[in-house]
Structure formats: C-alpha cells, structure tokens
Design a protein around this ligand. Structure first.
Ligand code: MG
Length: 340
C-alpha cells in the first residue's frame, strides 16, 4: 500500500469557539487528506489534529512519514496495521484515524461495497445530526441560529458566565427544536448542580462534558438532578476510558480523531453498550472525507453530531449530505465521498 498526503486549507463559515477558545476569531482551518493507493484503486482518509489532544499538522505529517513503510501490502489487514501503528505513533490518534479511514475506503472500493454495507449495518437507523452553534456575541449567535433554521436539532456550546442568556436566546429563536448543550469542561464541580438546574428549564435533550476530565466526583448526584443524559467527550478518548466513564456519565461521545478510526470506534461502541451507556458520534471541523468515516457507524449509535463539513464554507468533497440534519449513507463503494 502506498501512502501519500496533502495539506488542505479550508475556511469556516463563522469563527468557531467553545468554552476554552472564546477569544479566537479565525476562520482558517487546515486538515490533512491522506491517500492510500493499492492495486489500481485508492482510498481517502482525513487527519484533523487538535492541540487539546497534543497533536498538530506538523506532528501528523511526521507520523505519516513514519507510518508510510509500516502499512504492508494487505488492505484488509486492519488489526495488523493498527497494531503496528499504535507501536510506532502511539500519541497520533488523528493520523491513525486518517489511515484507518483510507483503508476502509480502499477496502470498500476493492469489494465494490459501501462501508456500512460490509460492516453489516442498517442505514435506515442513521439518526439525524445536530448542527452546532459555537460561542460568540449574542447577536452573532442569534444570526447563527437563524441560519440553522433547517436543522431540527441544535447543539449549543456553553460553559460561560453568560449561559443563561445564551439559552434564553436559543429558546426565543428556536422554541421547539431538540436542544443539546456542550459545556466543554466549562463548569466547576462545586457549582455543577446549580448550573444544571439553571439550564434544565430550557428543555435539553442532553448535556455534554459539564466538568473537566478527571473531575467527576459530583457527576453521579448531578445525573439525578439533571434528569437528562450526561455525555462524556473530553473524558472519553479511547477504549480504556469507556468503562471509567460508566457510573459518572450516561453516555460517551466517540470521535475518530480521538480514538484512531472506525476499527477502535467499533470496540468502544460494543463496550459502551455492554456497560449500559448511550453512544454519540462526534467530529472535529473536517471535510466530508473525515465525517463520512464516522457516518458509516451512525446506524449503531443513539446520537450523531456529524456537522464538521457543514460548518465549512468550502468543503472540497461531497457525498454524505447533511441538509435538514439528514446524513446519507449511499450506494457508492467505500466511504462514498468524491471531489466536489
Ligand atoms: Mg464536545
């Protein structure tokens, strides 16, 4: 298998902020598109490294250079390739996810089957995706909610001193939509029950990552007060985290760039189910290539938040839809994504 890659510069429709990045006004975004050629076919994958998980475009490119000779020549040897990659580049999960995605795309194309099909999944079970509203001034957030009028589910970033005003604004603009909130670790453990009691009257479907990773002591009592599922994101990176989250959270948010791709995500989904946890699939800001890899697992989960490509002004790829929150698993082989 021959590995190559390319940096792609993209632009967001709006600056995108969460509780720990509120000052950024950048709309620039870079990702790495990874390609694996084999036997006249090719597969595409995407690395969207983020500094919060100690990864960068430079570290990803270094990891890709190191991985190029370790892929071997069997595009169906997923476990063997993963074993070699985790030894070689153990802290570069976004890069491993890109290679894993490209191998799934390639294997599907070699078999003439879409990934969801050869995984044996029922595409009619794909949930609707939420559309994310990042933190900004209230006026800009109002404009974003109005732009998102076609999306039936909103996920709103909170975890700020203005949470009440943000939630009031959302409900004024969108009184009937399903509403998810993500505090991105922005609430302190000792204020948690109060913050949750303040938010719940706005009618929430779930609350994501209320407190920082490792600060879980007040979560069990808060689950009672909340009455809606608490979902772990920053607290649940990979398989060993899944069981650690049971007891504190009601569910986990799996992102391929955190866990290393479709293959490890499958293990996390089955483990979460065995532990009685709900499962969400999330994403970074990424093109349709990265989003598609996660989307092929969507029939297995309760919630999807796969809108990274919808936040871009210039996604260079297409194939998985997203209008009105409908992610489409089509009949094209592999990930089903092509150049726009
Ligand atoms: Mg999150």
């Amino acid at each position: 298998m021959k590995l190559s890659w390319q940096r792609r510069r993209l632009h967001l429709r709006h600056a995108f902020n969460i509780a720990r990045t509120v000052a950024s006004s950048s709309t620039d975004k870079q990702v790495l598109i990874v390609r694996i050629d084999h036997d006249g076919a090719f597969g595409l994958g995407e690395a969207a490294p983020v500094s919060y998980y100690h990864q960068s475009h430079d570290s990803a490119e270094k990891a890709l250079a190191a991985a190029a000779d370790a892929l071997g020549d069997d595009p169906f040897a997923f476990d063997a390739v993963h074993e070699r990659l985790w030894k070689l580049i153990p802290d570069q999960s976004a890069t491993i996810a890109a290679i894993d995605g490209a191998m799934h795309d390639l294997a599907g194309k070699l078999m003439g089957l879409p990934v969801w099909r050869w995984l044996g999944l029922d595409r009619s079970r794909t949930p609707l995706t939420s559309f994310t509203i990042g933190i900004d001034s209230l006026d800009v957030m109002r404009a974003k909610v109005r732009e998102a009028t076609d999306f039936p589910i909103l996920k709103v970033k909170i975890g700020t001193p203005d949470d009440r005003a943000i939630l009031q604004l959302i409900r004024d603009e969108a009184p009937d939509k399903l509403l998810r909130v993500d505090a991105n670790c922005g609430w302190k453990p000792d204020e948690l029950v109060d913050r949750v009691r303040e938010a719940i009257p706005f009618g929430l479907e779930l609350i994501e990552q209320p407190t920082p990773r490792g600060q879980h002591d007040t979560l069990p009592a808060t689950r009672q007060a909340a009455g809606v599922p608490l979902i772990a994101d920053e607290s649940c990176i990979d398989l060993p985290d899944v069981l650690a989250c049971a007891g504190s959270f009601d569910g986990i948010n799996i992102k391929l760039s955190k866990c290393g791709g479709i293959r490890p995500a499958l293990g996390m989904i089955h483990t979460a189910r065995a532990a009685g946890l709900k499962v969400m699939l999330g994403c970074m800001v990424e093109t349709s290539v990265g989003i598609a890899a996660a989307a092929h697992l969507a029939p297995l989960v309760d919630y999807i938040d796969l809108d990274g490509h919808l936040l871009l002004a210039d996604d260079p790829f297409e194939g998985i839809g997203g209008d009105h929150g409908v992610i489409t698993l089509g009949d094209k082989p592999g990930l089903g994504v092509t150049d726009r």
